[in-house]
Design a protein around this ligand. Structure first.
Ligand code: NAP
Length: 266
């Protein structure tokens, strides 16, 4: 099935829902095939400019859809699922949940029996079609997996993982955007101290980060072998790197990831 003919309900167009809608439209899904909802109708003005169907009526959106994307916060999903229970049709629809920390089993218990459910963990780079999305399922039809892969491949890169790793995927891939942003900000602040204006420093850092990631993606090398290429004995790069490590650079990152994980798990 071509995703350009799919009708997609996006329930909860906040930060991530908005990014998914923008990415889908950029990928060629007609705006008129998208039904976006949130509770606060006053905040729908921006998304209405994209010409999607936007409103506060979840039941209407769900009735139109082939695929229902659940994009609400974990503390809001129960209300939504109670509301749309009678409108979900297990025979013709697929539910894809991006809700953090809510298992397929928990979601299934709130939906009509036999509902096909897939969990996805994208990140906000979906907005620019560069999301890394992890998806998992427990025995839906192959064509439903294919369909979900098509949706998220249109928004970047997709990999299939076991459900038990979904929380880890949240930390590494979704929270990861924030960690990298903070890294970039720190690099820019350092760049200003050594002489650049903020805009130039930002430009240099953003392209350097993109270049480093592209090197690894395309060459399939290990980060340390790329580091070896730029560290001259007694040179400035190794001096800077080691100073960062003495101050806990890698350790701070690993501890941060584990702290995020604790918050999801508790
Ligand atoms: N942000 C990320 O990078 C990211 C990445 C991966 C997964 N996630 C997961 O994706 C979900 C959404 O995250 P987010 O950052 O986009 O949160 P968000 O910005 O708070 O968006 C949640 C949206 O849900 C809407 N909503 C709440 N109750 C609703 C209801 N009963 N009916 C319709 N809409 C309702 C809210 O609308 P109102 O504000 O109008 O009430 C809001 O627009 C969360 O479960 C999060 O864990 C997020």
């Amino acid at each position: 099935m071509d995703i350009k003919t799919l009708k997609i309900a996006v329930i909860g167009v906040g930060n991530l829902g908005n990014a998914l809608v923008s990415g889908l439209i950029e990928s060629g899904v007609p705006a008129t095939n998208i039904y976006a909802t949130r509770r606060n109708g006053d905040k729908l003005e921006e998304i209405k400019k994209l010409r999607v169907h936007a409103g506060t009526d979840n039941r209407f959106a769900v009735k139109q859809a082939d695929v229902i994307l659940l994009c609400v916060k974990p503390f809001n999903y129960q209300v939504v699922l109670d509301e749309i229970y009678d409108d979900i049709d297990p025979l013709r629809q697929l539910v894809v949940s991006v809700i953090t920390g809510v298992s397929i089993e928990t979601l299934a218990a709130k939906m009509p029996s036999g509902m096909a459910i897939i969990r996805a963990m994208p990140n906000t780079a979906a907005d620019v079609k560069e999301s890394l999305t992890c998806i998992c399922h427990n025995g839906v039809e192959d064509y439903q997996v294919e369909l979900t892969l098509k949706i998220f491949d249109a928004l970047g890169t997709t990999i299939i993982i076991k459900e038990e790793l979904m929380n880890s995927a949240t930390v590494l891939g979704a929270c990861g955007i924030a960690y990298v942003m903070r890294f970039i900000r720190a690099m820019v602040q350092g760049g200003i101290e050594i002489g650049f204006d903020a805009e130039t420093a930002g430009n240099i850092v953003q392209h350097t980060v993109k270049g480093a990631a592209t090197l690894l993606l395309e060459r399939k090398t290990h980060p340390e072998s790329e580091i070896d290429k730029v560290t001259t004995p007694k040179g400035c790069t190794i001096a800077g790197l080691n100073e960062m490590e003495h101050n806990g650079f890698s350790s701070a990152l690993i501890k941060g990831l584990k702290a995020s994980m604790t918050q999801i798990d508790h």
